[in-house]
Design a protein around this ligand. Structure first.
Ligand SMILES: C[S@@+](CC[C@H](N)C(=O)[O-])C[C@H]1O[C@@H](n2cnc3c(N)ncnc32)[C@H](O)[C@@H]1O
Length: 264
């Protein structure tokens, strides 16, 4: 399904925190306008350039169709559109796809969860990509289900390229970011804490929103569990999902992640 949901504004995101600081807030939902701004950071744009070079190494020039799994607000879509004739982005968070639609040119967008066994995208692809560690929030079962969905949508000679967090150093972020606009100031501070229940860490994100013209101020929190994988777990799930040829690239230019290239 092509998605054309209207997008929330930065002011609306700030108001949602000011009105309901104890509500559930996250970059994937109420704070999506902030996420949309974050992908414009020079560092993010450099990451997309690096992802494109990764694809150039592993995807044949003849490949014409590509699926971006977990496309989010569509930061990578313009890069894919410049390289591939047919681009589809899928994401499980509908709030993000409105932003992706504004950023995309010819890409088709699908509101879908790739860990659902009945996730159907209506065609097969020469390449499937998922870069920027979609898998970091997955359980073992979700990882396998995602790989099965990808396998079902890949051409017999297609290639699946994705990255996986293997060391928490990958998610160390700038400690504080400040964003202003439309009469509001939003500060975002990230703390990385050990997460004993998981191989991985918890990102504790604090947001402080100020209404510049008035006198309102509120804080809220988002906690994100980031799972690290060992490569053997990933290889085993790929094999179960029907991928016979798997290569792991360790020198990715992004500390703490590996790039995995899998083919049926
Ligand atoms: C870290 S973000 C990366 C976004 C994008 N690839 C980029 O680099 O800008 C991960 C994305 O995966 C999406 N996602 C998480 N679980 C998903 C699932 N089960 N199916 C589809 N998308 C999912 C999230 O909504 C989010 O947009």
């Amino acid at each position: 399904m092509t998605h054309a949901r209207p997008t929330r504004t930065f002011a609306e995101a700030c108001e949602s925190v000011l009105r309901e600081p104890d509500g559930e807030h996250s970059l994937y939902t109420t704070l999506a306008p902030l996420y949309d701004r974050m992908v414009l950071d020079a560092e993010e744009q450099d990451d997309y350039e690096r992802h494109l070079r990764t694809l150039a190494r592993h995807v044949p020039q003849t490949a014409e169709t590509v699926l971006d799994v977990g496309c989010g607000v569509g930061g990578f879509l313009p890069f894919l559109e410049a390289r591939f004739q047919h681009v589809v982005g899928v994401d499980a968070h509908a709030e993000l796809l409105g932003f992706a639609a504004r950023r995309a040119g010819h890409a088709m967008l699908v509101d879908g969860d790739v860990t659902d066994t009945d996730c159907a995208l209506g065609r097969h692809f020469d390449a499937v990509v998922s870069l920027d560690s979609l898998t970091a929030r997955f359980t073992d079962e979700e990882l396998l289900a995602c790989f099965q969905t990808v396998r079902e949508h890949l051409e017999p000679d297609g290639v699946f390229v994705f990255d996986v967090v293997v060391d928490p150093v990958a998610v160390a972020e700038d400690a504080v970011g400040v964003y202003t606009g439309e009469g509001y100031r939003l500060e975002r501070a990230v703390d990385v804490a050990p997460k004993p229940a998981l191989p991985g860490v918890e990102l504790r994100v604090d947001y402080r929103v100020t209404d510049i013209g008035g006198d309102r101020r509120a804080t809220t929190k988002e906690c994100i569990s980031v799972r690290t994988f060992d490569v053997e777990t990933v290889e085993s799930a790929l094999s179960t999902a029907g991928f016979g040829r798997v290569a792991v690239e360790r020198d990715t230019g992004d500390e703490g992640t590996v790039v995995v290239v899998a083919q049926p």
